[in-house]
Ligand binder design. Structure first.
Ligand code: HEC
Length: 156
């Protein structure tokens, strides 16, 4: 093979073999762990957000709705959150900081604190005691913030 033919063949080969890799690296939905945890957090946010807004007086208090949000939040929190954070899923289109995988024990502990708070909020929300519900919303919100402060990049 002369030099020119060799390089042409090498370039064609590279195109064929590298193309799928490039597509994978470009399309972040291809990373199932990132898609999983972002979907999970989005659903968590859709249940916690209205409770927080109720507390802030931005939407009127509705006992039945609060009980519903609390129940859904507790159910979501009870799922295996760590499924979204496997080793090696720190790269890609993500707001998860690489520190998660360097401080895994601390990250897991913060996750458990959130799960416990959300379970308690679910129970209290079913009872209709507004003062107790307010206190648990605040307590749960602190567990979101404690983790986000250390382990989530600010939104851009
Ligand atoms: C133990 C850590 C931890 C706890 C607790 C936690 N989060 Fe998160 N959250 C994260 C990380 C990490 C991300 C970034 C995920 C990514 O971009 O891959 C995130 C992302 C989010 C997002 C953005 C999702 C998206 O589509 O990018 C929302 C909304 C959110 N969290 C809400 C909450 C709320 C509300 C709570 C508490 C009720 C909470 N989180 C508790 C770690 C946590």
């Amino acid at each position: 093979m002369n030099k020119r033919v060799f390089w042409r063949a090498a370039a064609a080969y590279a195109l064929v073999t590298m193309a799928p890799v490039a597509v994978l690296a470009d399309d972040d939905d291809e990373n199932p762990a990132i898609a999983y945890r972002e979907a999970m957090m989005t659903l968590i946010g859709h249940n916690f957000g209205p409770m927080q807004m109720t507390l802030e007086g931005k939407i009127p208090w509705d006992d039945a709705r609060m009980a519903g949000y609390g129940k859904e939040l507790a159910a979501l929190a009870g799922l295996n959150q760590m499924r979204g954070f496997p080793e090696g899923s720190d790269k890609g289109d993500t707001h998860a900081k690489p520190e998660i995988w360097k401080n895994m024990d601390d990250f897991k502990q913060k996750m458990e604190e959130f799960q416990l708070a959300a379970a308690k909020l679910g129970k209290v929300a079913a009872g209709g005691d507004r003062k107790a519900i307010s206190a648990e919303i605040e307590a749960t919100g602190k567990t979101c913030g404690a983790c986000h402060d250390d382990y989530k990049e600010k939104d851009d």
